[in-house]
Design a protein around this ligand. Structure first.
Ligand code: FAQ
Length: 342
């Protein structure tokens, strides 16, 4: 739990220590004093991130039963399970800031907290599974590798493991697409169609342009975010263009052109009004995603109750064992004092 702002020592000293920790590029840990705005920003970002991982299980999860072979099913199963794990590390990181996991879930299903816009688009063909791995996990890596150096310790450490797994996910997506591109004409067309549909939403994952990103400045000053939304978007485009060439697909942007001077790929402007619509709940699948999450949460109530009952029983058993052990020790000590052999 964070030390409250109104701790025993004067706030100015605590604030100075906090500022020095950031200036030395060291980590803030849960036991450290932190400004309330820093804590709230972290809870907001980490919760949104956790929700994204959990909601993000749905678009690909829909293809587990329809994946074309046992091998592809096993791979997809493992990937979707990984996303659940990422969500859990992130909820745990939010808990170190005093957030309550049940409350965060409630905020998600009542529409009071956001999750990534990207998961509000439908997965229309199996090629979408590959393109999600390639684009969405690729974008997640660009965004999240710098977060491994985020100033808040538990978040940064969670990111290290998550990034390793995302990197594997990205490669499996690209490998799936390479296989499909070596297949039939129909398969190649499916890949191109999926690329066309997911390209722009993937660029939007990085958030609004820098001039319209109200949280960036403060988050960067606090070293929660290390790069701006536009910097990371550019990094993603530069990484992806040569991969698209190798794969043999066309990215759906006529303005995509190599800029000799800046040594980056120039690209067109995403439809920012679409991002705003999707973020505010009016994307193609928003309602279905949240409804499914709500249903899963309700269906899982008995599991939570059973787990809590089991934990309570274990605790009672442990307490009884501890009490018995204490009594045994007491009896042995008394016997020793009386000179009775044990
Ligand atoms: N979708 O001022 P900014 C994944 C909101 S995980 C929805 O720029 P900030 C793994 C933003 O929250 C993907 N909302 O905000 C996977 C803010 O709203 P608020 C998730 C968005 O925080 C792969 C408002 O707009 N990754 O893919 C989006 O400085 C495959 C103004 O924006 C993370 O969460 C959006 N795209 O920057 C799983 C990474 N963009 O809260 C399954 C960590 C912006 O003020 C399958 N998060 N908004 O009401 C971040 O890096 C940042 O939070 C950003 C946004 C960059 C997302």
């Amino acid at each position: 739990m964070p030390v409250p702002e109104s701790g025993a020592e004067p706030q100015t000293a605590a604030q100075t220590r906090f500022d020095h920790t950031l200036a030395r590029d060291q980590r803030i840990e849960p036991r450290d004093w932190m400004p309330e705005g820093y804590r709230a920003t972290l809870v907001r970002q980490i919760a949104q991130h956790a929700h994204s991982e959990i909601i993000g299980m749905q678009p690909e999860g829909e293809w587990i039963t329809r994946a074309p072979s046992l091998r592809r099913k096993a791979i997809l199963f493992a990937k979707v399970q990984d996303e659940a794990g990422h969500g859990l590390y992130l909820y745990s990181a939010a808990e170190t800031l005093g957030a309550d996991r049940a409350d965060l879930t409630e905020r998600l299903i009542s529409g009071r907290q956001k999750y990534s816009s990207i998961f509000n688009y439908p997965t229309l063909s199996y090629a979408d599974v590959g393109v999600i791995g390639w684009f969405v996990d690729g974008a997640a890596i660009c965004n999240q590798v710098p977060l491994c150096r985020s100033s808040y310790g538990p978040y940064a450490r969670a990111m290290v493991r998550i990034c390793k797994e995302e990197s594997f996910h990205q490669r499996q997506g690209y490998e799936l697409l390479l296989t499909m591109m070596r297949g039939s004409e129909k398969q190649r067309a499916q890949v191109q169609d999926a690329v066309d549909r997911w390209w722009w939403p993937s660029l939007m994952m990085f958030g609004p342009p820098d001039g319209n990103s109200p949280n960036s400045e403060r988050s960067m000053a606090w070293r929660i975010k290390r790069h701006s939304n536009d910097e990371l978007r550019q990094r993603f485009v530069d990484m992806t263009v040569p991969q698209a060439e190798r794969l043999g697909v066309t990215l759906p942007d006529p303005e995509l052109v190599w800029n000799e001077e800046r040594e980056v790929w120039d690209f067109g402007t995403p439809d920012w009004s679409e991002l705003q619509r999707v973020i505010s709940g009016d994307g193609p699948c928003n309602q279905a995603r949240v409804e499914r999450r709500r249903q899963a949460h309700e269906d899982g109530a008995w599991v939570r109750e059973a787990a809590a009952a089991h934990a309570a029983r274990q605790q009672d058993r442990q307490a009884a064992q501890d009490q018995q052990a204490a009594q045994d020790r007491q009896t042995a000590q008394t016997a020793q004092l009386k000179g009775v052999p044990a």
